[in-house]
Design a protein around this ligand. Structure first.
Ligand code: CFM
Length: 546
């Protein structure tokens, strides 16, 4: 392993990329090369990044499955829908509160089914003779016990393989109950290349089955939907605190701390603010097409980004009182942020980070690190699409492959009665002429420095290689990566679950994050750890094809 002895200063990003690929068989190396980009540098095989493609079999990916994206990510945080996993017990068990999406069920009459794990617990005989009867019985049992507002059914892999018609069962039970909406998701784990497919399946169904169900007027002068915010570690609570302080009403969060009625009332908002572009941008489009609600991209990760997002919302409404209130709130919140920055920055300035998270955090969290004077040397998404890397302008050129074709595209038209443009085309044009951008997202790549590494669907082997060569001061990813990285002597912060921390969104969240990262990158404990390859440098192995 002579190459690993090479000093960091001698490594260019192109060297690092070559080293990450060096041990792969040629075909694998070629495929991975198209998913690793040296930012803005020549010498990449293609100017674009290859994303949303199948993981190479045998590679230990960081990704999850389609069922995880549907049941866990999108529907998981909604407290008053009973979520039944139709399948063997393992799928239900492993999706049972494994994500730290918090909820506040303290309101009057609030139901919270999130602590429960509902599963049809399919056995061999159900796989052989079909599981529809068992599913029907499970829905009936859940209804009798809880009388929920809605019951959702999620298909696991075997359900698709044996062909249970879960939608027919759902329709039958919905008609039978009359006062409980029942709908099902064909979100078998294998349906797509990652959990991203599951987001799409979930969102399409919520849009067609729930959004628009409640036409009751909602109070509030400035009404928005917050799309793609999942209240991990209480992020959504902090964002709601700030919005409320500004006088902005959040009609529906998709789907952190949400309820059935929030989705049902989403068409009553006058603006959609999109946090996580990957998981939900198409819902923002559908809300605009069907009901006339424009959308903008926001980011509440980072104090400056939070201020910027609030100003953007205020600018959209164009109300002098709201604008003044937003400025007051920012002026009230920033002194604490600045005080903590001034304290930590001498210790964090110039430190180096790497971020590999699902589909938006690897971008958003770069703002927080920048506020601390830290540099992001490498970043990437597990399952984002090219538009999340390169910007929405690439959407018309995205290849529709067999895997994307698996996911139903729903056709949406303007609602005959309820479509109402929130702003006249002149007002929209005036805002745009003043530099305001609707439906706009530039993606992660333009925000990253020249000669940084952008890696899609990073795997365990490449993660270890990167850390071994570049030795960042902190590595951010998920639980599957946590201990292998820490064993290399580098602090590891989970940016999915936040370990046990958070919130990190908004102003107070930024303060929490600065303190946590300061603690991690300046802790000496990691320096005492010796990686196996440091203690036994003679330890090496070869691959069978060598
Ligand atoms: Fe969006 Fe998410 Fe993310 Fe995501 Fe996720 Fe998540 Fe994530 Mo884990 S919806 S893409 S599927 S911001 S669960 S709250 S942290 S991978 S970067």
């Amino acid at each position: 392993m002579a190459s690993t002895a090479k000093k960091l200063v001698n490594w260019t990003p192109t060297d690092v990329k070559a080293e990450m690929l060096a041990k792969y068989p040629p075909k694998v190396a070629r495929k991975r090369a198209s998913q690793i980009l040296v930012n803005e540098a020549l010498g990449n095989e293609t100017p674009e990044i290859s994303a949303n493609v199948r993981t190479i079999p045998g590679i230990i990916t960081m990704r999850g499955c389609t069922y995880a994206g549907c049941k866990g990510v999108i529907l998981g945080p909604t407290r008053d829908i009973v979520n039944i996993t139709h399948g063997p017990i393992g799928c239900g068990f492993y999706s049972w509160l494994t994500r730290r999406n918090q909820t506040d069920a303290s309101g009057e009459g609030d139901e919270n089914f999130m602590p429960y794990c509902f599963s049809t617990d399919m056995q061999d005989q159900d796989i052989i003779f079909g599981g529809e009867k068992k599913l029907e019985a499970a829905i009936q049992e859940a209804y009798d016990l809880f009388h929920p507002r809605a019951i959702a059914v999620f298909a696991t892999c075997p359900v698709g393989l044996i062909g249970d018609d879960i939608h027919a069962v759902a329709r039958k039970m919905k008609a039978k109950f009359g006062d409980c909406n029942v709908f099902a998701f064909s979100c078998e784990g294998y349906k797509g290349v990652s959990q991203s497919a599951g987001h799409h399946i979930a969102n399409n169904k919520i849009f067609s089955e729930v959004v628009g169900e409640n036409d009751a007027e909602k109070p509030g002068k400035f009404k928005i939907n917050l799309l793609g915010e999942y209240n991990i570690g209480g992020d959504g609570f902090e964002i709601d605190r700030i919005l409320k302080k500004c006088g902005i009403t959040n009609i529906a969060t998709f789907s952190g701390n949400s309820t059935y009625d929030q989705f049902a009332s989403a068409h009553k908002a006058d603006l959609s603010a999109v946090m996580c572009h990957r998981s939900i941008n198409y819902v923002a489009d559908m809300l605009e097409t069907k009901f006339g609600i424009p959308w903008i991209k926001v980011n509440f990760i980072g104090a400056k980004s939070t201020a910027k997002s609030l100003r953007k919302i205020a600018e959209y409404f164009g109300d002098p009182e709201l604008t003044a209130r937003v400025e007051e709130v920012i002026a009230e919140e920033m002194p604490l942020v600045e005080e903590v920055i001034a304290d930590v920055r001498p210790r964090t300035e110039g430190k180096k980070a790497m971020l590999f998270v699902g589909g938006s955090r690897a971008h958003h969290y770069q703002d927080l690190f920048a506020e601390m004077g830290m540099k992001t040397l490498a970043a990437g998404y597990e399952f984002a699409h090219r538009d999340d890397y390169e910007g929405r302008q690439v959407i018309p050129d995205l290849k529709v492959d067999a895997d994307s074709r698996n996911i139903e595209e729903i056709h949406v038209e303007a609602d005959e009665k309820r479509y109402a443009p929130r702003k006249s085309s002149e007002e929209m044009a005036r805002l745009e002429a003043a530099g305001f951008r609707f439906k706009h997202y530039d993606g992660l790549i333009p925000d990253m420095d020249h000669q940084t590494l952008v890696v899609d669907d990073l795997n365990q082997y490449e993660a270890e290689k990167l850390v071994e060569i570049v030795r960042p001061d902190i590595f951010c990813a998920g639980i599957k990566e946590k201990f292998s990285i820490q064993k290399l002597g580098v602090p590891m912060k989970q940016l999915h679950s936040y370990d046990s921390g958070g919130p990190y969104a908004g102003f107070q969240g930024a303060v929490n994050f600065y303190k946590e990262i300061d603690r991690l990158v300046n802790s000496r404990v990691w320096g005492y750890m010796k990686a196996p390859w440091q203690e036994n440098p003679e330890l090496s192995a070869t691959y069978v094809w060598e």
